[in-house]
Design a protein around this ligand. Structure first.
Ligand code: AHR
Length: 493
């Protein structure tokens, strides 16, 4: 087997890996908010102010930097005033977009900020352009952030919150080319200009305004938005899901063959091309890269689990998802000059979730474990390395077998993450680390599968979990790593 060679230049920094790349997304969709996070103060499930303690503790461990809410498509149907005040008076509503279920609005603005406080995450709120008014959006911002006497600040105080909250990230609509109003980019660009005018900075609160961005390879959307409104935004979003099969004919999260595995990896690598091309357009209007590319929805999208509500998007999560997460995070690191935030979809019980729940029980998915392992990269300096890495082939098509990223944290430790997407062959990687003395002590962690469909469920919650890893050797400035098939590893030097 050919050795894969990598050179890491530890003395050449490539910029900070923005911790917001590790952001999450929680929508009023299926069992993400209700059941997954919110169970209510009276629930027999242990909770803090209505939010389940087991899920909170697991999420806290991920150091989530930023959390997007309330949607998604839900955002453009959400009327925030229905979700404040005494719970018994809150209007019940139909979640028309997701399953047509009735929600009691017990999780609203105050509960969201409390969740962010408990997780120590920055709130990222997505406002309603599709079916909401400018006044409604403007009053929401006033309600949350106005310090002093004003109608909305007074109302907030009546509802128990004296001080304004700090709100940094605000999205002006979601998928306005689709569920957020079926608009043309020219029309949305004008609406964006108008709505964002009234997303005001009160006191010392400074809002980072995010415009609704393109779907996948809709480069015209990015072009028009940057041309017409680039100077009025701080960030522009992009949505891309990894969907084996097609949008119309999705595949199962379990019960796939190697062709399904390969296609999923190939579609994950496609994220790199998408970022490169959207960034290229942004570069023409914003060569200094002031405007961030905000990939506020990404991840796998499979068929729902048999027997579950089709509108709830509940899917299992295998070692395949772990590889998808690792590949994406590495790609985001490499584009840290333009990508300022990403939010995987979604945090609990929906799409490529961190956590699955069933009544009082909870399991951590393989994707959770990748986020846990990779959190060492948050805000660390990305290190220069040469592109690599081997070949994984199937039916005449090839992909890079191994993906690598390295960073140096504030304490000087170097962390290298690697993944081997080949489900059949190990990878032997020789890493030449230049520009630093390697320490005497090193350690490793690995997440690996025996079978492509390995996953955690309520019968076997720990089938896929990080183990200590000793499949590497440090010799002078050379690190030799043997990565098993379908694995993700973290080495600390
Ligand atoms: O994450 C699920 C849905 O996917 C979101 O609501 C929407 O924005 C996207 O189409």
């Amino acid at each position: 087997m050919a050795r894969i060679k990598v050179v890491i230049n530890a003395d050449i920094g490539k910029g900070k890996i923005n911790r917001n790349i590790y952001g999450q997304f929680a929508e009023h969709l299926g069992r993400c908010i209700y059941e997954g996070i919110w169970v209510g103060e009276d629930s027999p499930i242990g909770n803090t102010d209505g939010m389940r303690n087991d899920v909170l503790a697991a999420l806290k461990n991920l150091n989530i930097p930023v959390l997007r809410w309330p949607g998604g498509c839900f955002a453009d149907e959400y009327h925030w005033k229905d979700g404040i005040g005494p719970k018994e008076n809150r209007k019940r509503m139909v979640n028309t977009h997701w399953g047509g279920v009735v929600e009691n609005n017990h999780f609203g603005t105050h509960e969201f900020f409390r969740l962010c406080e408990l997780l120590d995450a920055e709130p990222y709120i997505c406002g309603n352009v599709g079916s909401g008014t400018v006044q409604e959006m403007s009053e929401w911002v006033e309600y949350m952030t106005f310090d002093g006497e004003s109608p909305m600040a007074g109302w907030r105080q009546e509802n128990g919150r004296e001080e304004p909250w700090k709100l940094k990230y605000f999205g002006v609509g979601n998928e306005n080319w689709g569920c957020g109003g079926n608009m043309r980019p020219e029309y949305y660009a004008d609406l964006y200009r108008r709505y964002q005018t009234y997303v005001r900075n009160y006191g010392d609160n400074r809002i980072y305004r995010i415009a609704g961005g393109a779907n996948i390879d809709d480069y015209r959307w990015t072009e028009v938005l940057m041309r017409e409104a680039g100077h009025l935004m701080d960030g522009l979003s992009l949505h891309y899901y990894t969907i084996p099969g097609s949008w119309e004919e999705k595949r199962h999260a379990l019960g796939f063959d190697e062709a399904g595995w390969f296609e999923t990896m190939k579609k994950s690598y496609y994220m790199d091309e998408l970022i490169t091309r959207h960034s290229g357009i942004m570069d023409r209007y914003d060569p200094d890269k002031r405007v961030g590319l905000i990939i506020d929805e990404w991840g796998t999208w499979f068929l729902v689990e048999p027997g579950s509500n089709p509108g709830f998007l509940y899917q299992q999560n295998t070692v395949r998802d772990a590889l998808v997460a690792a590949l994406h995070l590495h790609i985001f690191h490499n584009h840290n000059d333009r990508v300022q935030m990403t939010n995987i979809a979604q945090m609990v019980n929906v799409l490529q979730a961190m956590i699955l729940t069933e009544g009082p029980r909870m399991v951590l998915t393989p994707t959770y474990h990748v986020f846990e392992m990779f959190k060492v990269h948050q805000d660390a300096e990305l290190l220069d390395f040469n592109a690599c890495c081997g070949t994984y082939s199937l039916d005449g098509e090839s992909l890079p077998q191994v993906s690598v990223s390295a960073s140096r944290d504030a304490s000087g430790s170097i962390h290298i993450t690697m993944c081997n997407i080949d489900p059949n062959h190990e990878a032997v990687i020789q890493v030449d680390i230049r520009g630093t003395e390697l320490p005497a002590v090193s350690s490793g962690v690995i997440l690996a599968g025996q079978h492509m469909e390995d996953h955690n469920d309520f019968q076997q919650p720990d089938k896929v979990k990080p183990e200590s890893f000793d499949g590497f050797r440090v010799d002078g400035s050379a690190l030799t790593v043997t990565l098993p098939p379908m694995s993700v590893a973290l080495i600390k030097l």
